[in-house]
Design a protein around this ligand. Sequence first.
Ligand SMILES: CC(=O)SCCNC(=O)CCNC(=O)[C@H](O)C(C)(C)COP(=O)(O)OP(=O)(O)OC[C@H]1O[C@@H](n2cnc3c(N)ncnc32)[C@H](O)[C@@H]1OP(=O)(O)O
Ligand SMILES: CC(C)C(=O)C(=O)O
Length: 551
Amino acid sequence: MLRDPSTKYRPFPPIDLPDRQWPSRTITRAPRWLSTDLRDGNQALIDPMDAEKKTRLFDLLVQVGLKEIEVGFPSAGATEFDFISGLVKTGRIPDDVAIQVLTQSRRDLIETSFASLAGAKTAIVHLYNAVSPAWRKIVFGMTREQVKQIAIDGAKVLRDEAAKRPDTRWQFEYSPETFSTAELDFSVEVCEAVMDVLQPTPDAPIIFNLPATVECATPNVYADQIEWFGRHIRHRDACVISLHTHNDRGTGVAAAELGMMAGADRVEGCLLGNGERTGNCDLVTVALNLYTQGVDPRLDLSDIDAVVNTIQYCTNLPVHPRTPYAGDLVFTAFSGSHQDAIKKGFAAQGARNDGFWEVPYLPIDPADLGRSYEAVIRVNSQSGKGGVAWVIEQDRGLKLPKRLQADFSRHVQALADETSRELGAADIWGRFEATYLPRPDDRFVLRDYEETGTAGQRLFVGRVAVDGEERSISGRGNGLISGVIAALGETGPNLDVIDYSEHAIGHGADAQAAAYVECRTDDGRIVFGVGLDSDIATASVRAVLSAANRA
Ligand SMILES: CC(=O)SCCNC(=O)CCNC(=O)[C@H](O)C(C)(C)COP(=O)(O)OP(=O)(O)OC[C@H]1O[C@@H](n2cnc3c(N)ncnc32)[C@H](O)[C@@H]1OP(=O)(O)O
Ligand SMILES: CC(C)C(=O)C(=O)O
């Protein structure tokens, strides 16, 4: 039993912003993205990445289209420093990509950070210090003024170090770390003090990155904080407002989205949400959320499995199968009603053919992310006829008539209950063969046949093994099927065909044919028959014998 939390935890106070504008805004364009996979992501790993993994991840980030990449914390140690200076020296950084490094507001660390970037064409130096009351009190043991001074001192070092290296195009980012748990007026005060030192302009703006270092409130509170900051900061046109959310309450993505609605220009995060504790904002999710609203995210995620594989390799962490857009199971329905709706959705999509995506339960076309439709439906004991029919159709090209789907589904359900596991396409096909297709112990086995006569007066003459004994049988009917039923005569069951359908499987010379019959027996039972053959007429003869065997 959890104890009463009210004596241990305090609720987060609301923000006083009665005329907030963000709730009625929509996001109509992609933000500037910054990947912090190689910094915030890396510092959260059990084993931080080595140079080979960092390089591989850097290349992925470039490939995905990130134009701002935080490549590390140069003063953390030799691995970080050498990787960063190596990136610069080996010319691996495309001209349109700016690398960024993070530093505490300490002279020696800032100097090391600049040194790591020697020779870079363009670079962003990111300075931070925490500003919230708890950090002021617990970590620094300082007053507001003293904490502001940390930021000012660091900004001065930034300015001076940059001035010593005019060949690089420097940009500055300042994070009032713990922004979301700090007094808003104090964050603005500190940021303005940093501005006074660095003198940004609309052409050379400063990036103010406003982190939810630890997520402590609902995402609407973060949006209020961002809107409040944007309205109060001096020279709004000389600053870029950047978001940096964490996922402690599970709403890191939501906070970033509401923050964009509240006026932010830029979003920091990691691909697939790696990062400290519960992770950073998942950039893949934010980007693809935009995509599904018809907004170009300006990130190329068309091969999502390549992203997953590289992230897993570099971080040595698994990607949960339910991770939005990227998990192995996110486009898979096991349950019957979902499968039915998806199958109908694909059929309707094909028939409509207007380009717009509208498939129930699938918010995005898996093909857009390089995923196939094969795994969209998988079968277990929770599945229904639609799902089973989908698998048979995808696997074997058979389009089962609806009542046959229901009949076969009962057989599959029995198998799923027996085995208590997922049934693969091979399991389902095995049960289909055993149920409807010829078996050695069938009563009636077709050897060959001939059909003659005129339209409406057909004569079927066949060689059929009946109970293992070969016989010649013949029968007349107004079509081939009624001829076969007549030929079965006294040896076979009396069948009344109530439904028949057929279709080709595949195209061209290799095309096969499938025929399905639904029959009623004398005693009122319904039996189904299926025939497969390269010849459509033979397929229908086989279908009738299949029903006779089942009867
Ligand atoms: C929210 C974030 O993710 S911030 C990024 C965090 N990432 C990292 O820390 C990864 C890399 N860090 C490191 O390798 C090391 O911490 C280093 C190299 C930066 C510093 O190492 P050290 O000086 O040995 O130790 P440490 O980090 O414990 O230093 C703490 C000191 O820095 C101070 N400090 C912490 N943050 C800052 C800051 N942003 N600006 C200035 N001083 C700071 C602390 O108050 C403390 O001061 P004290 O010693 O007077 O009490
Ligand atoms: C340094 C800042 C941006 C940070 O990583 C955080 O607050 O989470």
